[in-house]
Design a binder for this molecule. Structure first.
Ligand SMILES: Nc1ncnc2c1ncn2[C@@H]1O[C@H](COP(=O)(O)OP(=O)(O)O)[C@@H](O)[C@H]1O
Ligand SMILES: [Mg+2]
Length: 276
């Protein structure tokens, strides 16, 4: 079966990253978190980044999100449409505003941009419906499960209609079943919008289910070790992928690259312990 190219090279580049590096000063020492990262993220691409813990994934996302300056290198974004925000960020365990209703949280970005009430509620309701929270718009965060709260965050990010969505392990704190359901929902709503997404995860399975391409990073300092093209057809359904031979093949490829890096981290930790 031939699969059409999932990343449309003609669509252009959404984020152009060159020679990106980041060092942190930490109690007298310098920690090199990222080194020589070159990457082009295509417009409309779903890109996942995996790598051993501490390899600089969050640092990369924070730099792209404008939360942290780079030590070296450049990040260029494609010009954004007037009136639309450049990026929205979803974190792992995000405090949603406890005093706001689900509807107001979903409409928050639009309110901050001065969108009139009727319009922002219309848009927010639509995204809540798509993520399966249509009947919870009057609820407050404390009445929701962790998975539901992350869905509110996803609705808020999509409603805000950014050029780029940055997600840092948004499902990491959820149980396995909830995770699968949310991955499926995310795919459905993303496929209807085709936003450029950078999604960080430590789960290879999650990365392959969602991504057009998976970037595997090395142990710290994080560099790009390899990029795997995920040529699984879309629309995808995470439950159907589980038994697929293509899925298993891609997971094998990605694991081969990642395992080396995870082992490198372990060896480093063991050495540090034996020297302690
Ligand atoms: N603000 C900071 N100050 C000092 N070191 C930091 C800071 N943020 C991250 N680091 C270090 O940089 C490395 C990469 O961190 P991070 O990007 O959070 O990794 P990941 O998200 O891949 O687990 C880690 O060694 C971490 O301890
Ligand atoms: Mg992280």
């Amino acid at each position: 079966m031939t699969v059409p190219p999932l990343v449309d090279e003609r669509a252009g580049t959404a984020i152009h990253i060159r020679d990106l590096a980041k060092q942190f000063a930490s109690s007298g020492a310098t920690i090199s978190a990222l080194e020589s990262v070159d990457l082009d993220i295509q417009l409309g691409e779903f890109l996942c980044v995996v790598g051993p813990s501490g390899c600089g994934k969050t640092t990369l996302l924070n730099i792209l999100g404008g939360l942290e300056p780079a030590s070296r290198g450049t990040v260029d974004f494609a010009p954004q449409a007037p009136g639309r925000p450049l990026r929205s960020i979803i974190f792992q365990e995000q405090g949603v505003y406890p005093w706001l209703s689900v509807l107001d949280i979903a409409a928050f970005g639009l309110m901050a941009r001065g969108v009139p009430k009727v319009e922002r509620y219309r848009v927010a309701r639509e995204w809540l419906r798509r993520i399966g929270l249509g009947s919870f718009e009057q609820a407050y965060p404390h009445q929701l499960s962790g998975g539901m709260r992350q869905r509110v965050n996803i609705a808020r990010a999509f409603a805000n209609d950014p050029e780029i969505l940055l997600m840092d392990e948004p499902f990491a704190a959820l149980d396995e079943q909830t995770k699968l359901i949310l991955q499926d929902r995310l795919l459905q709503i993303w496929e209807g919008s085709r936003k450029t997404v950078l999604f960080i995860t430590h789960s290879l399975d999650e990365a392959i289910r969602l991504a057009d391409r998976v970037v595997v990073m090395t142990a710290r300092p994080g560099r790009i070790k390899t990029i795997i093209n995920v040529d699984l057809p879309r629309p995808r359904h995470v439950f159907a992928l589980q038994g697929s031979a293509d899925f298993a093949r891609l997971r094998g490829l990605a694991w081969e690259a990642l395992a080396e890096e995870v082992l490198a981290v372990q060896a480093r930790e063991e050495e540090a312990l034996s020297n302690a």
